[in-house]
Write a protein that binds this ligand. Structure first.
Ligand SMILES: NC(=O)c1ccc[n+]([C@@H]2O[C@H](COP(=O)([O-])OP(=O)(O)OC[C@H]3O[C@@H](n4cnc5c(N)ncnc54)[C@H](O)[C@@H]3O)[C@@H](O)[C@H]2O)c1
Length: 335
Protein backbone atom coordinates (compact mmCIF):
# COMPACT_ATOMS: atom_id res chain seq x y z
CA UNK A 1 0.00 0.00 0.00
CA UNK A 2 1.46 3.38 -0.95
CA UNK A 3 -1.18 5.73 0.38
CA UNK A 4 -3.97 5.58 2.95
CA UNK A 5 -7.64 6.36 2.32
CA UNK A 6 -9.30 8.20 5.21
CA UNK A 7 -12.91 8.40 6.30
CA UNK A 8 -13.50 11.53 8.38
CA UNK A 9 -16.23 11.41 11.03
CA UNK A 10 -17.26 14.93 12.02
CA UNK A 11 -16.78 17.93 9.76
CA UNK A 12 -16.72 20.64 12.42
CA UNK A 13 -13.88 22.88 13.53
CA UNK A 14 -11.18 20.22 13.87
CA UNK A 15 -12.53 17.69 11.32
CA UNK A 16 -12.37 20.38 8.63
CA UNK A 17 -8.76 21.15 9.50
CA UNK A 18 -7.71 17.48 9.48
CA UNK A 19 -9.48 16.87 6.15
CA UNK A 20 -7.68 19.84 4.64
CA UNK A 21 -4.33 18.60 5.93
CA UNK A 22 -4.99 15.08 4.63
CA UNK A 23 -5.84 16.54 1.21
CA UNK A 24 -2.55 18.36 0.73
CA UNK A 25 -0.11 18.80 3.59
CA UNK A 26 0.17 15.16 4.69
CA UNK A 27 2.08 12.80 2.36
CA UNK A 28 0.72 9.38 1.38
CA UNK A 29 -2.84 10.16 2.54
CA UNK A 30 -6.15 11.13 0.93
CA UNK A 31 -9.72 11.71 2.08
CA UNK A 32 -12.18 9.17 0.63
CA UNK A 33 -15.34 10.09 2.51
CA UNK A 34 -16.65 12.63 5.03
CA UNK A 35 -19.51 11.98 7.41
CA UNK A 36 -21.40 14.53 9.50
CA UNK A 37 -24.88 14.58 11.02
CA UNK A 38 -25.36 17.91 9.20
CA UNK A 39 -25.36 17.10 5.45
CA UNK A 40 -24.04 20.53 4.34
CA UNK A 41 -21.12 20.30 6.78
CA UNK A 42 -20.02 16.98 5.25
CA UNK A 43 -20.63 18.25 1.69
CA UNK A 44 -18.51 21.39 2.12
CA UNK A 45 -15.57 19.42 3.51
CA UNK A 46 -15.92 16.62 0.93
CA UNK A 47 -16.02 19.15 -1.90
CA UNK A 48 -12.75 20.63 -0.66
CA UNK A 49 -11.14 17.16 -0.48
CA UNK A 50 -10.46 16.05 -4.06
CA UNK A 51 -13.09 13.51 -5.10
CA UNK A 52 -14.29 12.61 -1.59
CA UNK A 53 -17.94 11.75 -1.02
CA UNK A 54 -20.25 13.09 1.72
CA UNK A 55 -22.54 10.92 3.81
CA UNK A 56 -24.61 10.92 7.00
CA UNK A 57 -24.09 7.21 7.56
CA UNK A 58 -21.16 6.63 9.94
CA UNK A 59 -21.36 2.85 9.83
CA UNK A 60 -21.33 2.68 6.03
CA UNK A 61 -18.33 5.01 5.91
CA UNK A 62 -16.43 2.95 8.49
CA UNK A 63 -17.14 -0.26 6.55
CA UNK A 64 -16.26 1.19 3.12
CA UNK A 65 -13.46 -0.97 1.68
CA UNK A 66 -11.70 2.04 0.17
CA UNK A 67 -11.22 3.40 3.67
CA UNK A 68 -8.10 2.23 5.53
CA UNK A 69 -8.21 4.72 8.39
CA UNK A 70 -11.02 6.36 10.31
CA UNK A 71 -10.38 9.85 11.64
CA UNK A 72 -12.79 10.60 14.49
CA UNK A 73 -13.49 14.32 14.93
CA UNK A 74 -17.09 14.06 16.10
CA UNK A 75 -18.32 15.34 19.49
CA UNK A 76 -16.50 13.61 22.38
CA UNK A 77 -19.60 11.73 23.56
CA UNK A 78 -19.57 9.74 20.28
CA UNK A 79 -15.87 8.79 20.15
CA UNK A 80 -16.00 5.58 22.18
CA UNK A 81 -18.75 3.93 20.12
CA UNK A 82 -17.16 5.05 16.84
CA UNK A 83 -13.78 3.68 17.97
CA UNK A 84 -15.37 0.31 18.73
CA UNK A 85 -17.12 0.21 15.33
CA UNK A 86 -13.92 1.13 13.48
CA UNK A 87 -11.75 -1.31 15.47
CA UNK A 88 -14.18 -4.16 14.82
CA UNK A 89 -14.08 -3.27 11.12
CA UNK A 90 -10.27 -3.60 11.26
CA UNK A 91 -9.58 0.06 10.46
CA UNK A 92 -6.64 2.11 11.75
CA UNK A 93 -7.97 4.88 13.97
CA UNK A 94 -6.92 8.45 14.61
CA UNK A 95 -9.20 9.85 17.31
CA UNK A 96 -9.46 13.38 18.57
CA UNK A 97 -8.98 13.84 22.28
CA UNK A 98 -10.42 12.89 24.68
CA UNK A 99 -11.75 9.41 23.90
CA UNK A 100 -14.56 10.05 26.40
CA UNK A 101 -15.30 12.12 29.48
CA UNK A 102 -15.14 9.09 31.79
CA UNK A 103 -12.36 6.64 32.50
CA UNK A 104 -14.46 3.43 32.29
CA UNK A 105 -15.73 4.34 28.79
CA UNK A 106 -12.19 5.21 27.70
CA UNK A 107 -10.69 2.02 29.10
CA UNK A 108 -13.42 -0.10 27.50
CA UNK A 109 -12.85 1.43 24.06
CA UNK A 110 -9.06 1.09 24.42
CA UNK A 111 -9.48 -2.58 25.36
CA UNK A 112 -11.30 -3.18 22.07
CA UNK A 113 -8.45 -1.42 20.25
CA UNK A 114 -5.90 -3.63 21.98
CA UNK A 115 -7.93 -6.83 21.36
CA UNK A 116 -8.39 -6.12 17.66
CA UNK A 117 -4.78 -4.92 17.29
CA UNK A 118 -5.70 -2.00 15.02
CA UNK A 119 -3.29 0.97 14.95
CA UNK A 120 -4.61 3.77 17.19
CA UNK A 121 -3.44 7.32 17.79
CA UNK A 122 -4.99 9.90 20.10
CA UNK A 123 -4.94 13.57 19.04
CA UNK A 124 -2.57 15.01 21.62
CA UNK A 125 -1.19 17.35 18.99
CA UNK A 126 1.13 19.34 21.24
CA UNK A 127 3.63 16.48 21.27
CA UNK A 128 4.21 17.32 17.60
CA UNK A 129 4.73 21.06 18.03
CA UNK A 130 8.32 21.66 16.85
CA UNK A 131 9.22 23.62 20.02
CA UNK A 132 7.68 21.18 22.48
CA UNK A 133 9.08 18.18 20.58
CA UNK A 134 12.55 19.77 20.83
CA UNK A 135 12.13 20.23 24.60
CA UNK A 136 11.13 16.56 24.92
CA UNK A 137 14.09 15.46 22.83
CA UNK A 138 16.52 17.54 24.88
CA UNK A 139 15.23 15.97 28.10
CA UNK A 140 14.90 12.42 26.76
CA UNK A 141 18.46 12.50 25.38
CA UNK A 142 19.59 12.69 29.02
CA UNK A 143 22.10 15.50 28.41
CA UNK A 144 20.56 17.73 31.07
CA UNK A 145 20.22 15.01 33.70
CA UNK A 146 17.22 14.34 35.92
CA UNK A 147 14.16 16.61 35.63
CA UNK A 148 13.46 18.52 38.83
CA UNK A 149 10.66 20.89 37.75
CA UNK A 150 8.18 21.17 34.88
CA UNK A 151 6.10 24.22 34.01
CA UNK A 152 3.44 24.66 31.33
CA UNK A 153 1.42 27.80 30.76
CA UNK A 154 -1.56 27.88 28.39
CA UNK A 155 -3.81 30.78 27.58
CA UNK A 156 -6.77 30.91 25.23
CA UNK A 157 -7.37 34.21 23.52
CA UNK A 158 -10.87 34.52 25.03
CA UNK A 159 -13.26 32.31 27.02
CA UNK A 160 -15.38 29.86 24.98
CA UNK A 161 -19.14 30.45 24.72
CA UNK A 162 -21.10 29.19 27.75
CA UNK A 163 -23.03 26.60 25.71
CA UNK A 164 -19.62 25.11 24.81
CA UNK A 165 -18.52 25.24 28.46
CA UNK A 166 -21.66 23.31 29.45
CA UNK A 167 -20.59 20.23 27.47
CA UNK A 168 -16.78 20.66 27.48
CA UNK A 169 -16.03 18.52 30.54
CA UNK A 170 -14.48 21.53 32.31
CA UNK A 171 -11.12 23.28 32.04
CA UNK A 172 -9.05 20.19 32.93
CA UNK A 173 -10.66 17.77 30.45
CA UNK A 174 -11.05 20.36 27.71
CA UNK A 175 -7.89 22.41 27.91
CA UNK A 176 -5.38 21.52 30.65
CA UNK A 177 -5.39 17.90 29.43
CA UNK A 178 -3.04 19.08 26.65
CA UNK A 179 -0.56 20.48 29.20
CA UNK A 180 -1.00 17.31 31.28
CA UNK A 181 -0.21 15.11 28.29
CA UNK A 182 2.92 17.16 27.55
CA UNK A 183 3.96 16.82 31.21
CA UNK A 184 3.54 13.02 31.04
CA UNK A 185 5.30 12.90 27.65
CA UNK A 186 8.34 14.83 28.85
CA UNK A 187 8.64 13.93 32.54
CA UNK A 188 6.66 10.71 33.07
CA UNK A 189 3.71 9.52 35.12
CA UNK A 190 2.01 11.70 37.72
CA UNK A 191 1.23 10.47 41.24
CA UNK A 192 -0.71 13.31 42.83
CA UNK A 193 -2.31 16.60 41.76
CA UNK A 194 -3.60 19.66 43.58
CA UNK A 195 -5.85 22.12 41.77
CA UNK A 196 -6.69 25.71 42.62
CA UNK A 197 -9.24 27.41 40.38
CA UNK A 198 -11.02 30.74 40.20
CA UNK A 199 -13.70 32.40 38.10
CA UNK A 200 -12.02 35.71 37.29
CA UNK A 201 -13.10 36.26 33.68
CA UNK A 202 -16.52 34.82 32.84
CA UNK A 203 -18.98 34.75 35.78
CA UNK A 204 -21.24 32.31 33.86
CA UNK A 205 -18.61 29.57 34.35
CA UNK A 206 -19.78 29.16 37.93
CA UNK A 207 -23.18 27.72 37.06
CA UNK A 208 -21.38 24.95 35.12
CA UNK A 209 -19.07 24.20 38.06
CA UNK A 210 -16.14 25.31 35.91
CA UNK A 211 -13.34 27.85 36.36
CA UNK A 212 -11.53 30.08 33.88
CA UNK A 213 -8.25 30.48 35.75
CA UNK A 214 -6.34 27.58 37.24
CA UNK A 215 -3.08 26.59 38.84
CA UNK A 216 -2.50 22.85 39.00
CA UNK A 217 0.46 21.29 40.76
CA UNK A 218 1.78 17.87 39.78
CA UNK A 219 3.85 15.44 41.81
CA UNK A 220 5.53 13.03 39.40
CA UNK A 221 6.37 9.43 40.26
CA UNK A 222 10.05 10.34 39.70
CA UNK A 223 9.88 12.86 42.55
CA UNK A 224 9.92 15.88 40.22
CA UNK A 225 7.39 18.68 40.74
CA UNK A 226 5.29 20.40 38.10
CA UNK A 227 2.98 23.35 37.68
CA UNK A 228 0.38 23.99 34.99
CA UNK A 229 -1.21 27.42 34.62
CA UNK A 230 -4.35 27.83 32.51
CA UNK A 231 -6.22 30.98 31.63
CA UNK A 232 -9.27 31.33 29.40
CA UNK A 233 -8.24 34.90 28.56
CA UNK A 234 -4.92 35.94 27.15
CA UNK A 235 -5.61 39.36 25.68
CA UNK A 236 -2.80 39.22 23.09
CA UNK A 237 -3.53 35.77 21.56
CA UNK A 238 -3.07 32.06 22.17
CA UNK A 239 -0.07 31.60 24.42
CA UNK A 240 1.59 28.28 25.26
CA UNK A 241 4.96 27.98 27.01
CA UNK A 242 6.79 24.98 28.40
CA UNK A 243 9.85 25.03 30.64
CA UNK A 244 11.68 22.01 32.00
CA UNK A 245 14.28 22.51 34.68
CA UNK A 246 16.78 19.70 35.07
CA UNK A 247 20.00 19.02 37.00
CA UNK A 248 22.32 20.51 34.38
CA UNK A 249 20.13 23.36 33.06
CA UNK A 250 16.74 24.03 31.55
CA UNK A 251 14.94 23.86 28.19
CA UNK A 252 12.24 26.34 27.26
CA UNK A 253 9.72 26.52 24.43
CA UNK A 254 8.28 30.02 24.22
CA UNK A 255 5.40 31.19 22.06
CA UNK A 256 6.23 30.89 18.37
CA UNK A 257 5.46 33.69 15.97
CA UNK A 258 4.72 33.47 12.27
CA UNK A 259 7.59 35.77 11.41
CA UNK A 260 10.70 36.54 13.38
CA UNK A 261 10.38 40.24 12.51
CA UNK A 262 9.97 42.95 15.11
CA UNK A 263 8.75 46.44 14.15
CA UNK A 264 10.33 49.24 16.16
CA UNK A 265 8.55 52.64 16.16
CA UNK A 266 8.07 55.57 18.53
CA UNK A 267 4.97 53.77 19.78
CA UNK A 268 6.97 50.74 20.84
CA UNK A 269 8.10 47.35 19.54
CA UNK A 270 5.66 45.00 17.79
CA UNK A 271 5.75 41.43 16.58
CA UNK A 272 2.93 39.22 15.31
CA UNK A 273 1.04 36.73 17.45
CA UNK A 274 -1.15 33.65 17.03
CA UNK A 275 -4.80 34.31 17.74
CA UNK A 276 -6.01 30.77 18.46
CA UNK A 277 -4.87 27.17 18.90
CA UNK A 278 -5.63 26.18 15.29
CA UNK A 279 -3.11 28.77 14.14
CA UNK A 280 -0.64 28.21 17.00
CA UNK A 281 -0.49 24.46 16.40
CA UNK A 282 -0.78 24.52 12.58
CA UNK A 283 2.46 22.56 12.19
CA UNK A 284 1.63 20.18 15.04
CA UNK A 285 -1.70 19.17 13.42
CA UNK A 286 0.10 18.29 10.17
CA UNK A 287 2.98 16.52 11.90
CA UNK A 288 0.71 14.37 14.10
CA UNK A 289 -1.17 13.05 11.06
CA UNK A 290 2.05 12.50 9.12
CA UNK A 291 3.39 10.53 12.06
CA UNK A 292 0.20 8.43 12.15
CA UNK A 293 0.26 7.77 8.38
CA UNK A 294 3.96 6.85 8.41
CA UNK A 295 3.49 4.50 11.37
CA UNK A 296 0.50 2.72 9.76
CA UNK A 297 2.21 2.35 6.37
CA UNK A 298 5.46 1.19 7.93
CA UNK A 299 3.81 -1.26 10.34
CA UNK A 300 4.84 0.60 13.53
CA UNK A 301 2.55 1.38 16.50
CA UNK A 302 1.42 5.01 16.31
CA UNK A 303 2.05 7.21 19.33
CA UNK A 304 0.55 8.65 21.53
CA UNK A 305 -1.62 5.57 21.83
CA UNK A 306 -4.23 3.89 24.07
CA UNK A 307 -2.21 4.18 27.28
CA UNK A 308 -1.77 7.93 26.80
CA UNK A 309 -5.49 8.31 26.06
CA UNK A 310 -6.25 6.68 29.42
CA UNK A 311 -3.49 8.12 31.63
CA UNK A 312 -3.70 11.77 30.53
CA UNK A 313 -7.47 11.61 31.09
CA UNK A 314 -6.92 10.07 34.54
CA UNK A 315 -4.78 13.07 35.55
CA UNK A 316 -7.39 15.51 34.18
CA UNK A 317 -10.15 13.76 36.14
CA UNK A 318 -8.00 13.82 39.31
CA UNK A 319 -7.48 17.57 38.78
CA UNK A 320 -11.24 18.14 38.41
CA UNK A 321 -11.84 16.17 41.62
CA UNK A 322 -9.14 18.13 43.42
CA UNK A 323 -10.76 21.41 42.36
CA UNK A 324 -14.21 20.38 43.57
CA UNK A 325 -13.10 18.62 46.76
CA UNK A 326 -10.42 21.24 47.57
CA UNK A 327 -7.75 18.66 48.41
CA UNK A 328 -4.79 16.91 46.79
CA UNK A 329 -5.90 13.82 44.82
CA UNK A 330 -3.72 10.78 44.27
CA UNK A 331 -4.01 9.14 40.84
CA UNK A 332 -4.64 5.73 42.40
CA UNK A 333 -7.95 7.13 43.71
CA UNK A 334 -9.22 7.62 40.15
CA UNK A 335 -10.55 4.44 38.59
N1 LIG B 1 -6.68 18.30 19.57
C1 LIG B 1 -7.20 19.50 19.58
O1 LIG B 1 -6.50 20.49 19.61
C2 LIG B 1 -8.69 19.67 19.49
C3 LIG B 1 -9.20 20.93 19.16
C4 LIG B 1 -10.58 21.05 19.04
C5 LIG B 1 -11.41 19.98 19.25
N2 LIG B 1 -10.88 18.79 19.60
C6 LIG B 1 -11.76 17.62 19.81
O2 LIG B 1 -12.35 17.31 18.55
C7 LIG B 1 -13.70 16.90 18.70
C8 LIG B 1 -14.59 17.78 17.84
O3 LIG B 1 -14.45 19.12 18.28
P1 LIG B 1 -14.84 20.36 17.34
O4 LIG B 1 -14.33 21.55 18.06
O5 LIG B 1 -14.41 20.11 15.94
O6 LIG B 1 -16.42 20.30 17.45
P2 LIG B 1 -17.51 20.86 16.40
O7 LIG B 1 -18.77 20.96 17.18
O8 LIG B 1 -16.98 22.05 15.70
O9 LIG B 1 -17.62 19.67 15.34
C9 LIG B 1 -18.21 18.44 15.61
C10 LIG B 1 -18.92 17.99 14.35
O10 LIG B 1 -19.41 16.67 14.55
C11 LIG B 1 -20.67 16.60 13.91
N3 LIG B 1 -21.46 15.46 14.37
C12 LIG B 1 -22.61 15.43 15.08
N4 LIG B 1 -23.05 14.16 15.22
C13 LIG B 1 -22.16 13.38 14.56
C14 LIG B 1 -22.04 11.98 14.34
N5 LIG B 1 -22.96 11.13 14.79
N6 LIG B 1 -20.98 11.51 13.67
C15 LIG B 1 -20.04 12.36 13.18
N7 LIG B 1 -20.10 13.69 13.36
C16 LIG B 1 -21.15 14.19 14.03
C17 LIG B 1 -21.32 17.95 14.21
O11 LIG B 1 -22.40 18.20 13.33
C18 LIG B 1 -20.12 18.88 13.97
O12 LIG B 1 -20.01 19.27 12.62
C19 LIG B 1 -13.98 16.97 20.21
O13 LIG B 1 -13.79 15.70 20.77
C20 LIG B 1 -12.92 17.91 20.75
O14 LIG B 1 -12.55 17.63 22.09
C21 LIG B 1 -9.54 18.61 19.72
Amino acid sequence: MTSLGFGVLGAGRIGRLHARNLSGAVDRARVVGVMDAIPEAAEVVAAASDGAYATQDAEALIKDEQIDCVLIASPTTLHAEQIVLAARAGKAIFCEMPVAFTLPETIEAMEVVEETGVPFQIGFNRRFDPGIAAVAEAIHSGGLGEVEMFRSQSGDHSPPPLDYVATSGGIYLDSAIHDIDVARFIVGEVERVTALGRVLIEPGMEEHGDVDTSVLTLEFASGALGIIQNSRRTAYGHDVRVEVHAAAGKVVSEEERDTQAWTYTREGIRGDYRSDFLERFKQAYIRELQSFVDAVLEGRKPSPGPRDAVESLRVAIAATRSLHEKRPVRLVEVA
